[in-house]
Structure formats: C-alpha cells, structure tokens
Ligand binder design. Sequence first.
Ligand code: PRP
Length: 184
Amino acid sequence: MGSALPNDIDHVLLTEEQISSKLEEMAAQIDADYAGKDLLLVGVLKGAVMVMADLSRKLQHTTVAMDWMAVSSYGSGTKSSGVVRILKDLDADLEGRHVLIVEDIIDSGLTLSWLMSNLRSRGCASLEVAAMLRKPDAMKVELDVKYIGYDIPNEFVVGYGLDYAEKYRTLPYVGTLAPHVYEN
Ligand code: PRP
C-alpha cells in the first residue's frame, strides 16, 4: 500500500493483505462445503463487486456460476428501511440450485433479510450467505450468515466496494471516512 492515505480517509481498518487472507480462508471453507456440487454465486450490486471478483477467483474446486442482482431500499434516510425494490433481477432460475449470496457488508441486515426470503421462495436447493463485513452493533434483525469475513465497529467505512456518494469504492482497503467529508 502507498504511504500517504487520501485526505478523506481517517484510518485503515482492514488492509488489502488482511482482506485477501480472510478471503482465502472463506474460499477454503466454501470449497470444502460445496465439494462435488455446482454453486451459483449471487452478487448484490454494486458493493459486492470486489468481494465477488476476489472470492470467486480463490475458489479451487467448486464449479461456480455467477449472477447479479441490484436492489434499492425505500426510505427517507441513507440506510435501509427493509422495504426493498428490485432494480435488476437475476438471469438464472434458482430452482434446485445451490445459491450463495455474496455481500460486501451487513449493516442493519434488512437488505439481506429481505433478499434471503425472496430467493428462498424461488426453490433453491440451498441458500447461504458470504459477507466480507458485518457490523454487529448496527444489526436490527437476526440473520443466519454462514461465511463472515470481519466483524467491524459501527463506523462509516468505505473502500473495497463500499462507497460514500459513489466514491471510494475502488480503494483496495477498508477505511473509515474522515468526518469532514460527511459533516459538510
Ligand atoms: C449496501 C450493502 C448492502 C446493504 C447493507 O448496499 O452492499 O447491500 O447496503 O445494508 P443493510 O444491512 O443496512 O441493509 P447499498 O444500498 O449501499 O448499495 P451499493 O452496494 O450499490 O453501494
């Protein structure tokens, strides 16, 4: 990683190396759990793009297909209300498929909660979740998430797919946003 952080980043929470080694562990577990089975990875746009790309390339043994969904939460604030609208649905038929939802972050958990019941109703053979980050202190619903990268504090984080006003997604690490960015 370069020496100087962008001015907008307060501190690095997870380095590129920490992310990569955690994905390595998650991939090994997924490989073991789905040995001999076909797996459909479902990425949730846009934040999950980086996790999807890196995690899927670390899978060794599993026969993997990829599909994508884009969803948007209704609500007044910037965060989920739990009422979700599908902006782009899956191309794949889930009937009889082993499906793994890939997410960058579980914040309130409301998006994922909605998504899990929506996808489950499509007749999957199995449905699990792999999420790189989870904020336990922000969660509003109980969720059964099989593969978790890191639990992080309830701070405003960006990078590795996570944005603020569509910026910072391409940072290779996860960092906290300096307050001056969002207090203006
Ligand atoms: C983020 C993230 C999850 C959701 C988590 O997406 O990718 O899908 O929020 O929040 P929740 O647990 O409170 O429901 P966002 O709506 O910011 O869209 P993006 O992925 O396009 O940035």
